[in-house]
Design a protein around this ligand. Structure first.
Ligand SMILES: [Cu+2]
Length: 202
């Protein structure tokens, strides 16, 4: 009973810690090769500003989950980047605050940052803790998306599907100047990390 309780407590605190990450920090540190494959979990406190931004992207997986978080450091998709197989599914889960997962697409008065063949999507506003939105990705490519109320705070994420060629991906184009400044910074970081991920595996 005691060990069970300890386990549960640890689980909760790690969830809280994993949220203490500043999406709006523009720290860009080189990837540390020696840390590849090593868990960064225990380093959370020392690296609250950047470790998630440099987190290794692993995949492709058939199903991925992305938490939507509001905390004292800002607004977050966690992880920022997920990588699924062609036909794979991403589930967004509301952990705190109220958020959307909305594709960068002219439907939403935004530049297209998803593959040309792919359809736009919008989760609608998730407001209840534990609420989910799911989407299956049939077309290989890079998909950038944002949270409607928090895009201006840099709440932007990216989905990699399959093994796309980096060339000709709208989702890897330089950020459009029309987007909010913090979204532009987030897209720049995402582009770098997605490109790195594809280079490591192709
Ligand atoms: Cu949001």
């Amino acid at each position: 009973m005691i060990s069970r309780r300890t386990f549960v407590t640890t689980g909760i605190s790690s969830v809280i810690l994993s949220g203490l990450v500043g999406c709006t920090e523009s720290t860009e540190q080189p990837r540390n090769e020696s840390n590849a494959g090593k868990s960064t979990h225990h380093d959370t406190r020392e690296n609250t500003n950047d470790h998630k931004h440099n987190q290794e992207v692993s995949g492709p997986v058939d199903q991925a989950e992305v938490a939507m978080i509001t905390n004292e450091s800002g607004y977050h998709f966690d992880p920022h980047i997920v990588w699924v197989s062609k036909g794979g599914t991403v589930t967004w889960i509301l952990e705190s605050g109220s958020h959307t997962a909305t594709s960068y697409h002219p439907t939403f008065d935004k530049p297209r940052r998803i593959p040309n063949a792919a359809a736009a999507w919008d989760s609608g506003m998730l407001t209840k803790k534990g609420a989910t939105f799911e989407r299956t990705f049939e077309d290989e490519g890079i998909y950038d998306y944002f949270c409607i109320p928090h895009e201006y705070r840099g709440m932007v994420g990216s989905v990699i599907v399959g093994h796309p060629k980096a060339r000709d991906q709208p989702g890897l184009a330089p950020s459009q100047q029309s987007l909010p400044k913090e979204a532009q910074a987030a897209i720049k970081r995402l582009n770098a990390q997605v490109t790195q991920t594809l280079e490591n595996t192709n």
